[in-house]
Design a binder for this molecule. Sequence first.
Ligand code: GUN
Length: 287
Amino acid sequence: MQLIDGKATAKAIKAEIAEEVKNMLAAGKRPPHLAAVLVGHDGGSETYVAYKIKDCEEVGFRSSLVRFEDNVTETELLERIDRLNSDKELDGFIVQLPLPDHISAQKIIEAIDPAKDVDGFHPVNVGKMVIGLPSFTSATPMGIVELLKRYGIETSGKNCVIVGRSNIVGRPLSILMSQKSINATVTVAHSRTKELKRVCADADILIAALGAPEFIKSDMVKDGAVVIDVGTTRVKSNETKSGFRLKGDVDYGSVAPKCSFITPVPGGVGPMTRVSLLLNTLKAASG
Ligand code: GUN
């Protein structure tokens, strides 16, 4: 069994990005600039946005944090997005999800200029990605594909089963995995899938992205499978400073010994998601 070290891979990519930023500065350009819009004080969202800002600092990007309380109106948020869209000093921005119930996340996403949509959530970017045109691709699927490539994992003709069909991970990943550069045979399994255990146990590459801690047990995994764990459920813990720790969707202890490759949680997909946002921002600044 080989561990797929997302943390080390992301660190190497960050060094490549930092080098690129140096080249931009040497050529007299300004550094790439990412803004994050954060509504309210959800603990998970606060942490993720803080990571995004820290990542920017580490590679030499400029970053901005735009904060609103959870009673902000949809109109106020849309007005701010308009200003971010037309800000010439800004290359890309994200609106951290989830948003409060009185705000339509879809309306907000569709208000973002696709050229600045470094999350790759706007329907224009999703549509371009589906037909293989240059686009911003959602960060987690992009990070997973990069991990498979950098670890030289054979994907052509392989049976890839993705458990979970979210707009952010499962669905876009299913499209990427079926593209000609990757050539996997893809199954998207979900809560209504019959005989889920049998479907999963047939996978050469099993990707768990359903958000249910330790859901994937060893009897759902074929010997020698590649297992990618996208789960990041925050559970209370007395062992960490933050009082929380992340749990994956895979029962790592029983599954790992059966795998050819497996991603840990934390330190697997998470760091690659973060670095993909930086890559998209660099692309926005260069394009
Ligand atoms: N919430 C959970 N994941 C994401 C993400 O990738 N982008 C944004 N904007 N919000 C999220």
